[in-house]
Write a protein of this length. Structure first.
Lengths: 282, 444
C-alpha cells in the first residue's frame, strides 16, 4: 500500500517536472520566435534583404585588400602601433584592476579573516563596480579628459576590479585554513598571514583568472577605441568612416585584430592550462 | 650500477640555487611591472593629458545633471523679453505666470537671484549687483559690449572681452551679455518637467490631483480614458522622451536575450561535434574547433560592424553580432564540458538497452545541464553590458542614445537619466540571472 502511494507520488513528481521542462522550452522558443520577428520589424533593414547583402561588405574589403597586393602587409605594419596601444590599455587596466581586486577580495572573505563589518560593504561595492558598463565611464571620462587612452584604461580597470574581486573572493573561500591557523599560532599579524598563508595557495588561480580577464579586456579596449578612446578602435572608426576606397585599410585592421586576439587567446589558455592543471577554468 | 630509479640527491647547492632564483623573481617582477607602467605613462601621454584635462567640465556635468536653469532673455533683434525653462521655446512662461523672482515691465526686467544677487535690465544695459564685489554695468552696443567693472583685480569668474561678457559668480547664477541679447540663467535643483511636458494640462499637478483625475469620469481627451491619457502624455514628453528611452532599453535587452539564446541554441549541437568522446572523426573535430576560434576571434566589434552594414540599425543587428561571437565561446565551453563527463552514466543507460538518442538524453544531458544553464546565464548577464556597447557602435538601443545625448553636450540631465536607467537594467539582469541560477542549479 505504502509502496503504491510512493510510486504514485514519484509519477506525479515526474509529470510535474516534465510539465515544467516543457513550459521552460516553450517559453524559450516563444521568446526566440517573437523576439526575432519583432526585432526584424524594428530593424531599419530587414533580415532577408540583408542576407543577400551580407557578403557584400566583407567581399568588398577582401577585394580591395587583394588589389592592394603586397602593400597590404605594410598596411598591417602601419597599424601595429595602434594595436599596441590597445594592448597597453588592456594591460595596464588589468594590472591596476587586478591589484585593486586582490585588496577587495582580501577585504571581503570571512575565510581569510577579513574585518567582519566590512565584508557586506565591500561585496556591494564590487557588485556596483561590476554593473557599471565600461562604455558609460569611458564616455564620461572622455568628455572630461579629452580623447585619449587613459579614460578607456580607467573604465576597464574599474570594471575589472569588480569582476576579478568577486572571482578572487570565491577562490579565497575554498582555501585550506590550516596554514593561516599555524601562522597565527606563532603570532603573525593579518598582513603576514595573508602574505605567507593565503597568497601562496591562491596565486595560481588568481593568475589564471588574471589572464582570462586580460583576454576579455583586449576585446573591450578595442571596442572602447571606437567611441573615442584611441588605439586600434579609433583607427577602425576612421577607415570605416571613409567608406569606399579605404577597404584595404579596414581589412588590414580586421586581420591585425583577429590575429592579436587569437594569439592572446591561445597563449592565455595554454598558460592557464599550465597554472591550474586541467586547462579549464570558467 | 645506476641511480636512475632513485630520487636525485638534493644538495645544499641546489637549494640555494632555488632560493636565489626565487629571490630574483620577487625583485625582478615588480621592477618589470614598474618599468611597464612608466613606459605606458609616457606612451599614453599622461603628462600632456593632465595639463589639458578640463575638470570644470565634470563640475558642469555634475551640476547640470541634477539641476535645471530658467533663462531670462532679452533679445534686441526680436525686441522681446522671455522667461523659459532651459531657454526652450516650448517651455516659455506666459506673462501671467512668471516666477515670483522675475518682474518684467515694458522692456525692463528686475531679476532677483537670491542671496543679495540681483540684476536690473533697462534698455540695453544690465546692472549686476554682487554682494562683496560691487556692481557690474554692461551695455550692449552696435559692435559689441561695453563693460564697467568695479575697481580692483578682476575675479576669475568674470570673462570680459569686447564681444561678450560672461559673469558666473557662483555655479547657479550666470549673466551673459552680447551685442544681440542679455541672458540670465538661474539654476534650480531637480529635474524639470520630468513627468509631464511644460505645455501639458497635467503639468504641475500633485499626485493626489492626478489620482483623482485618473478615477474621474470626465475625460480630458474624449479619445482616451484619463489614465491612458496620462501615460501617453508621460511617454510623449518631448524633453525627456521617456517613450523613446524605454523603447531603446527594450531593444538592448532584446539584443542580449536573443543573442545569448541563439548562441546557446547553436552552440550545444556544434559542441557535440567538437568533443573528442562524441566525434571520432579528427577532421570534423578540428574543423569545428577552428570554427569556434574563428567566431570568437573575429570579436563582437567586427561582427557588429559587418552586421550594421548588412542589416542596418536595430536590435536584430546586435542580436546577430552577439549570437555569432558567443556561439564560438559557448561552443568551446560546452565541448570542454562534454569531454569531461563521466562515462559510467552513459554505460549504465546503455546497459538498459537504450538507443543512441536515449543515451544522450538520459546519460549525457543531465551531466552537462548545470554547466549549460549557468554558463548561458553568465553570458546573458555580461551580454546586457555588451549590448549597450554594441549599440554605441551604431546598432541602436540605449548605447546609441547615450552617445547621442552626450554628443549634443547640452541636456546632461537626460544623459544621467539614461545612465541611471541603464545601470538599473544591468543590475536587474544580474539579479535575475543569479536568482535563476540558484533556482535551477541548486534547487533553492
Amino acid at each position: 500500500m505504502a509502496v503504491a502511494a510512493l510510486e504514485q507520488e514519484i509519477v506525479s513528481l515526474r509529470n510535474r517536472r516534465q510539465l515544467y521542462s516543457l513550459i521552460g522550452v516553450l517559453v524559450v522558443v516563444a521568446v526566440l520566435v517573437s523576439g526575432y520577428s519583432k526585432s526584424n520589424a524594428m530593424n531599419s533593414g530587414s533580415f532577408l534583404q540583408g542576407l543577400s547583402k551580407f557578403f557584400d561588405y566583407p567581399g568588398e574589403i577582401v577585394l580591395e585588400a587583394w588589389q592592394a597586393g603586397p602593400a597590404f602587409f605594410s598596411l598591417i605594419w602601419k597599424f601595429t602601433p595602434a594595436m599596441l596601444e590597445t594592448l597597453n590599455i588592456a594591460g595596464v587596466a588589468t594590472l591596476f584592476g587586478g591589484a585593486m581586486a586582490v585588496v577587495l577580495a582580501m577585504a571581503s572573505t570571512r575565510n581569510v579573516d577579513s574585518y567582519g563589518p566590512l565584508i557586506p560593504v565591500v561585496r556591494r561595492l564590487m557588485d556596483i563596480m561590476r554593473a557599471f558598463p565600461e562604455l558609460i565611464i569611458a564616455l564620461f571620462l572622455i568628455f572630461v579628459l579629452g580623447s585619449s587612452p587613459v579614460p578607456a584604461m580607467i573604465a576597464v580597470a574599474f570594471h575589472t576590479a569588480g569582476a576579478l574581486g568577486k572571482l578572487f573572493s570565491e577562490v579565497n573561500e575554498n582555501i585550506d585554513r590550516k596554514p593561516i591557523e599555524g601562522l597565527s599560532a606563532c603570532g603573525a599579524n593579518w598582513v603576514q598571514r595573508i602574505r605567507f598563508a593565503v597568497l601562496p595557495q591562491v596565486a595560481p588561480n588568481y593568475l589564471s583568472y588574471f589572464l582570462l580577464r586580460l583576454e576579455i579586456n583586449v576585446r573591450a579596449s578595442a571596442i572602447l577605441g571606437f567611441v573615442g578612446a584611441g588605439g586600434i578602435g579609433q583607427e577602425l572608426r576612421r577607415t570605416i568612416g571613409w567608406g569606399k576606397g579605404a577597404g584595404d585599410e579596414t581589412a588590414a585592421i580586421f586581420v591585425l585584430l583577429f590575429l592579436t586576439i587569437m594569439i592572446i587567446d591561445q597563449m592565455s589558455s595554454y598558460l592557464r592550462g599550465k597554472l591550474v592543471g586541467s586547462g579549464r577554468v570558467h | 650500477m645506476t641511480f636512475d630509479t632513485l630520487e636525485p640527491v638534493v644538495t645544499a647547492h641546489d637549494v640555494w640555487k632555488g632560493v636565489r632564483s626565487r629571490a630574483r623573481i620577487t625583485i625582478l617582477l615588480p621592477l618589470a611591472v614598474l618599468a611597464y607602467l612608466v613606459y605606458t605613462w609616457f606612451a599614453f601621454g599622461v603628462p600632456d593629458l593632465l595639463s589639458k584635462a578640463q575638470p570644470d567640465r565634470a563640475a558642469i556635468l555634475a551640476t547640470d545633471s541634477v539641476a535645471y536653469k530658467i533663462h531670462v532673455t532679452k533679445n534686441f533683434r526680436k525686441k522681446e523679453t522671455t522667461v523659459a525653462v532651459e531657454g526652450e521655446r516650448t517651455a516659455t512662461y506666459q506673462p501671467e505666470d512668471y516666477p515670483n523672482w522675475v518682474s518684467i515691465e515694458g522692456g525692463n526686467a528686475n531679476v532677483d537671484l537670491g542671496d543679495g544677487y540681483a540684476i536690473e535690465i533697462s534698455g540695453k544695459t544690465a546692472l549686476f549687483t554682487i554682494p562683496g564685489y560691487g556692481t557690474i554695468k554692461s551695455t550692449a552696443t552696435q559692435n559689441g559690449v561695453e563693460t564697467v567693472l568695479p575697481e580692483g583685480p578682476v575675479p576669475e569668474w568674470v570673462r570680459d572681452n569686447p564681444k561678450k561678457l560672461d559673469v558666473r559668480p557662483s555655479l547657479d547664477k550666470r549673466l551673459q551679455v552680447t551685442k544681440t541679447k542679455i541672458e540670465i540663467h538661474n539654476y534650480f535643483g531637480g529635474w524639470e518637467n520630468f513627468w509631464f511636458p511644460f505645455r501639458s494640462e497635467l503639468h504641475g499637478m500633485s499626485f493626489s490631483q492626478l489620482y483623482a483625475l485618473a478615477l474621474s469620469a470626465d475625460r480630458m481627451d474624449p479619445e482616451y480614458s484619463n489614465l491612458w491619457y496620462m501615460v501617453h502624455e508621460f511617454l510623449e514628453n518631448p524633453d525627456w522622451q521617456h517613450g523613446e528611452i524605454f523603447k531603446a532599453l527594450f531593444e538592448t535587452i532584446m539584443m542580449a536575450v536573443l543573442g545569448t539564446l541563439t548562441a546557446a541554441f547553436f552552440g550545444l549541437p556544434l559542441a557535440f561535434l567538437a568533443a573528442r568522446n562524441f566525434t571520432p572523426s579528427m577532421f570534423v573535430r578540428f574543423g569545428m574547433r577552428r570554427l569556434f576560434d574563428f567566431l570568437r576571434g573575429i570579436d563582437m566589434l567586427i561582427w557588429s560592424l559587418i552586421f550594421i552594414r548588412a542589416f542596418g540599425l536595430g536590435p536584430l543587428t546586435g542580436a546577430l553580432a552577439i549570437a555569432f561571437t558567443d556561439t564560438g565561446s559557448l561552443g568551446k565551453l560546452f565541448s570542454e564540458a562534454l569531454e569531461n563527463i563521466d562515462n559510467k552514466q552513459v554505460e549504465g543507460v546503455r546497459a538498459t538497452g537504450a538507443n543512441q538518442l536515449q543515451r544522450y538524453r538520459f546519460g549525457v544531458i543531465p551531466q552537462i545541464l548545470p554547466v549549460f544553464v549557468s554558463q548561458v546565464l553568465y553570458y546573458l548577464e555580461s551580454n546586457t553590458r555588451s549590448a549597450t556597447v554594441i549599440g554605441a557602435l551604431g546598432a541602436g538601443g540605449i548605447g546609441l542614445m547615450l552617445v547621442e545625448t552626450m554628443k549634443t553636450a547640452r541636456d546632461w540631465e537626460n544623459t544621467s537619466y539614461i545612465i541611471v536607467l541603464t545601470i538599473m537594467v544591468v543590475i536587474a539582469m544580474d539579479q535575475t540571472s543569479g536568482w535563476l541560477r540558484r533556482k535551477l542549479i541548486e534547487g533553492k
